[in-house]
Design a protein around this ligand. Structure first.
Ligand code: S3P
Length: 445
């Protein structure tokens, strides 16, 4: 038996008031990983207590690291040092999290024990050779499953050597996996990316006392004898705030303040794209918390227009496209996305699954291998399947603000991977969202 969590999003409503979204998922993962291999006690505040980050937390506990239970986003990690991790007794289950699996693969490459990484149905279909191949070039011994997918088996006791690698796609997961392996390599590790990807690993490594040189699209790291524990402040997740940025933009009468949002310039593509579409966004109270810049974002309803999304913004908004497609559906004219083939290897094929849902709601669209054209128009109510993808479930809940009938969204349990408080916050701001759990034989048969 499994559970089909259904979101019923009734039409209308708005997004008004003042909210805080939970902590950033990417920064939360990295706080555990670096805290675990640092020397001393790392304290974290603003940690995202979502399933993905809890999978990372459990994996490091299974490797012998004492980590307190998060309480209100606060936790403590007793670092064991670069060479203090222990062999886990069982395969490490990364659940739904590609970030956890890929970054931990890089870290495991430098250990002296063997370990296996497994994941859920979605993660078990995602490509892992993109990290395994360059790690092998550094001297790691790694086996992936059929078609280069999980399980990932990492064999310890290998001698790693720093390398120069040109990463074929702009991917912070690949870059970060190789930087983590670089901590254990002899000599310098240099990575060149084809486009800008999020730089949380670089910033946090510096905060833990490991210098990372950045020059345009090139980053390099020289191993240090030890990382030093520190205090990590996790900003609110701009990817979670994106649902509310679009909600307030599309729903007439909305005025919403989202407080304490991370505005790291490698993550703000969603702000740039929404502004190009005509959104009314004002950044207030800009400040720096720890290693990351944050701001409060004031968003008011605005008339959106379709645009050609500049390709260089794609990696800077990579997780925000499901809800940006909803913005495009509510805009006047056509929105064109290109150069976004990476969306096809996220938690689902986000181009196709979003296109199917938009079609079910009466929105005309044309799917291309690397993108989509979305023709803005009236949204009808209807039934859509998120296919277990958290961001697709939340995106269609937002769409109901402008729909003429109820939108029923299936397979929404995974919203808990990144945004466990989404439904409550959506209700708080004035969205008409309800949840129903149905027991089913097998959800994905
Ligand atoms: C992440 C990087 C991105 C993003 C993911 C989180 C990270 O993936 O989609 O949700 O924390 O490094 P890619 O770097 O593979 O694009």
């Amino acid at each position: 038996m499994s559970i089909n969590r259904i979101f019923r999003a009734a039409p209308g409503g708005r997004a008004s008031g003042a909210i805080r979204v939970p902590g950033d998922k990417s920064v939360s993962h990295r706080s555990i990983m670096l805290g675990a291999i640092a020397e001393g006690r790392t304290t974290v505040e603003g940690f995202l207590e979502g399933e993905d980050n809890l999978a990372t937390l459990k994996a490091f506990r299974a490797m012998g690291v004492a980590i307190s239970d998060p309480v209100g986003g606060r936790l403590e990690i007793q670092g064991v040092g670069l060479h203090g991790l222990k062999a886990p007794a069982a395969p490490l289950d990364m659940g739904n999290s590609g970030t956890a699996m890929r970054l931990i693969t890089g870290l495991l490459a430098g250990q002296d024990f063997d370990a296996t990484l497994i994941g859920d149905e979605s993660l078990s279909k995602r490509p892992m050779e993109r990290v395994a191949k360059p790690l092998r070039a550094m001297g790691a011994r790694i086996e992936t499953g059929e078609g280069g997918r999980p399980p990932v088996r990492v064999f310890g006791g290998q001698k790693l050597v720093g390398t120069r690698y040109e990463i074929p796609v702009a991917s912070a997961q690949i870059k970060s996996a190789l930087l983590l392996a670089g901590l254990y390599a002899q000599g310098r590790t240099t990575l060149v990316e084809p486009g800008v990807s999020r730089d949380h690993s670089e910033r946090m490594l510096q905060a833990f006392g490991c210098p990372v040189a950045q020059d345009g699209l090139t980053v390099s790291l020289e191993p240090v004898p030890a990382l030093k524990a520190c205090h990590v402040v996790v900003p609110g997740d701009i990817s979670s705030s994106a649902f509310f940025l679009v909600a307030a933009s599309i729903a007439p009468g909305s005025e919403l303040l989202i407080q304490n949002v991370g505005i790291n310039p490698t993550r703000t593509g969603v702000l740039d794209i929404l502004r190009l579409m005509g959104a009314d966004l004002v950044l207030e109270n800009e400040r720096v918390l720890g290693a990351e810049p944050v701001a409060d974002i004031l968003v008011r309803h605005a008339k959106l227009k379709g645009i050609d999304i500049p390709e260089q913004l794609v990696p800077l908004a990579i997780d925000e496209f499901p809800v940006l497609f909803v913005a495009a559906a509510c805009a006047t004219g056509v929105t064109r996305l290109r150069g976004a083939e990476e969306l096809r290897v996220k938690e689902t094929d986000r181009i196709q699954v979003m296109a199917d849902g938009l079609t079910a709601l009466g929105i005309e669209n044309r799917v291309l291998p690397d993108g989509i054209d979305i023709i803005g128009g009236p949204l009808m109510g209807g039934v859509v399947d998120s296919k277990g993808d958290h961001r697709i479930a939340m995106a269609f809940a937002v769409a109901a603000l402008r729909a003429s009938g109820t939108i029923t969204i299936h397979d929404c349990l995974n919203v808990a991977t990144s945004f466990p408080t989404f439904v409550r916050l959506a209700q708080d701001v004035g969205m008409h969202l309800n949840v129903e759990d149905q027991a089913v034989e097998d959800l994905h048969e």
